[in-house]
Design a protein around this ligand. Structure first.
Ligand code: N01
Length: 543
């Protein structure tokens, strides 16, 4: 039965629900929809004052999805994918927000979403097999299932810079952007960070600011996005072909509906290789990774793609010194999440943009007037932290989660995350983590991975209900085996070669260095999950 009363429980009389879901982004919205279909009572708690998750928070200038709109969307409702109209090749942040709000309305989700509420603490009660969940507003709920839909990139990483509090200008992290926007006109602006976010924001901020100084620690590869309005004929073609597109996404390693070449990079002549890279460069998008089959597994193959992009940077940026600073040498292409851009490298040809290499001349401190590196002081009126996130584990560890026998998740994960399938942890019964560490998640187009997890979790809960089971928990052995497999899968690729990657936790000082997502491919992972379920949820213990 759907529970549509307003949350009125106090700490003495916990409201009982079948499931508590944390987060109202792509994951939480679909999870709620599926739980409702099962006839369960569920409530989504969302810290923001609207739905949208990552798209609610990331409103920085230029915020846009790097996946193409026709497939960065839900597939569970054909009516939804047929009726919704995307206006551009890549959806901008406001359009994705409109989409997710439309989903919330269309499936009447809002009555079971409690906004402006953080889950502060959750404790498993082994006598009732229920989670006791406390909100930051002092409400308490009890629920058989606790399902985190907190996203992989939601806990902002703001570097500790001495004197930041003294800075007289405004500063903002891109993932906590003010809803009213920020007016950079006439200002001397600094941006720290050249990941996907910085690379999207820098060209847009450069158009507004009087002067923009980019503080770069690690030079990055980027491929042009080639965004454009979505042609109605193209839109109709996608809509007519959705069954095949969705199948292709599910059968691929990254959940993008791309054809991956079956040719190794070194199997063709130098000219042929250049021609293929050039064609892909002109077409734009994350497809660049698929030009040859072995770009992520063979160093020599990868080197050809890396060098192609380095040449493009040198050819695009007028000033040779700036071009050299922008050219990445320390990691192979796509071993960090590859950005795509709109006029990123071209932006450094503007008179009002300058680049500072803070690997060579580290940031030392802020003061009222700006930022000081080991070499110079840069006067600033505003500073943007495009410095990324405490990825994959940060948002989960921000909740005080206590499992069976008083074990804290923070203690269990002190040396890095440990999960079974990225879905559950030994010692934490009835807790499911949508796109948790140890699942393909951030290595894929997220909505597809999210749907796979939500469907699996829903089926599992339905199975338990039908069997009269009250507890599911990953066994310690299955977790050990999975952690070893996640490490092996990463070692089969070049991904661990990027020392500064957030996939490894390297961007957050003191964070354990563990390759967190599952690199064995989303299609393979889906088969594993399906086999686990078909074999009576192999590796899980029920009660
Ligand atoms: O964060 P990042 P992001 N001093 O961690 C630098 C997704 N995303 O927000 O590389 C100086 O990638 C840091 O330097 P380094 C996507 O999955 C998706 O850009 O650690 N610099 C790096 O340059 C993406 O990968 C989309 O040496 C510091 C930058 O800040 C993920 O989100 C759009 C520093 C952070 O880059 C995260 O991207 C945007 C310090 N103390 C993002 N600390 C779409 O699809 C960090 N840096 C739309």
């Amino acid at each position: 039965v759907n529970n549509r009363q307003s949350a009125s429980a106090d700490a003495q009389t916990p409201r009982r629900l079948d499931a508590v879901v944390v987060g109202a982004g792509f994951s939480g919205l679909y999870m709620l929809h599926r739980l409702r279909e099962l006839g369960l009572s569920a409530r989504v708690f969302e810290a923001g004052d609207g739905v949208g998750g990552t798209w609610y928070w990331n409103r920085y200038p230029g915020a846009r999805c790097d996946s193409e709109s026709y497939y960065y969307s839900y597939s569970f409702s054909d009516e939804l994918q047929q009726e919704w109209r995307w206006s551009e090749r890549y959806p901008g942040q406001p359009e994705i927000m409109n989409y997710l709000n439309h989903v919330a309305d269309k499936f009447d989700l809002r009555p079971d979403i409690q906004l402006s509420t953080r889950i502060a603490r959750a404790v498993f009660d082994a006598t009732s097999d229920e989670w006791s969940v406390d909100t930051d507003g002092g409400e308490r709920f009890s629920a058989r299932f606790l399902i985190t839909a907190v996203g992989c990139l939601s806990s902002a990483n703001i570097p500790q810079i001495d004197g930041l509090d003294d800075f007289a200008g405004d500063w903002h992290h891109t993932g906590q952007w003010p809803h009213e926007g920020v007016d950079f006109r006439g200002k001397r602006v600094g941006v720290i960070g050249t990941g996907s976010t910085g690379i999207q924001a820098i060209p847009v901020i450069a158009e507004q600011a009087a002067h923009l100084t980019v503080f770069q620690r690690t030079a990055n590869y980027s491929v042009p996005a080639r965004n454009a309005p979505l042609d109605p004929a193209e839109e109709n073609a996608y809509k007519a072909d959705y069954a095949a597109i969705r199948r292709k996404q599910r059968e691929s390693a990254n959940c993008h509906p791309f054809d991956v070449s079956d040719t190794p990079a070194l199997a063709v002549s130098d000219d042929e290789r250049q021609t293929r890279y050039e064609a892909s460069w002109e077409r734009g998008s994350l497809r660049f990774r698929t030009v040859f089959k072995d770009l992520l597994t063979d160093e020599a193959a990868n080197a050809t793609a890396s060098e192609f992009i380095r040449d493009k940077i040198r050819a695009t940026v007028d000033d040779p010194q700036t071009a050299e600073t922008l050219t990445p040498y320390d990691h192979p292409f796509a071993t960090k999440r590859p950005p795509i851009d709109t006029h990123y490298f071209e932006t450094y040809n503007r008179d009002n943009v300058s680049l500072v290499d803070v690997r060579r001349t580290p940031i030392e401190a802020m003061n009222a007037g700006g930022l000081r590196t080991s070499e110079a002081h840069y006067p600033l009126d505003a500073l943007v932290f495009a410095t990324g996130f405490d990825a994959m584990t940060g948002a989960l560890l921000n909740i005080d989660i206590e499992g069976r026998d008083g074990q804290k998740l923070a203690d269990k994960w002190a040396a890095g995350p440990r999960t079974y399938l990225g879905l559950q942890m030994a010692g934490f019964p009835n807790l499911f983590t949508i796109t948790g560490p140890g699942s393909p998640s951030v290595l894929t187009n997220m909505p597809t991975s999210i749907e796979q997890h939500v469907d699996w979790i829903s089926d599992c809960i339905d199975h338990m209900r039908n069997q009269g089971l009250t507890r599911i928990e990953a066994s310690a052995q299955s977790e050990d085996r999975w952690v070893a497999h996640v490490n092996d899968a990463a070692e089969q690729t070049l991904l661990p070669k990027a020392n500064s990657s957030w996939y490894l936790g390297a961007n957050v000082p003191g964070k354990p260095r563990i390759f967190m997502p599952y690199a064995g491919g989303a299609a393979h992972y889906r088969q594993i999950c399906e086999a686990v379920a078909a074999n009576g949820y192999d590796g899980f213990v029920f009660k």
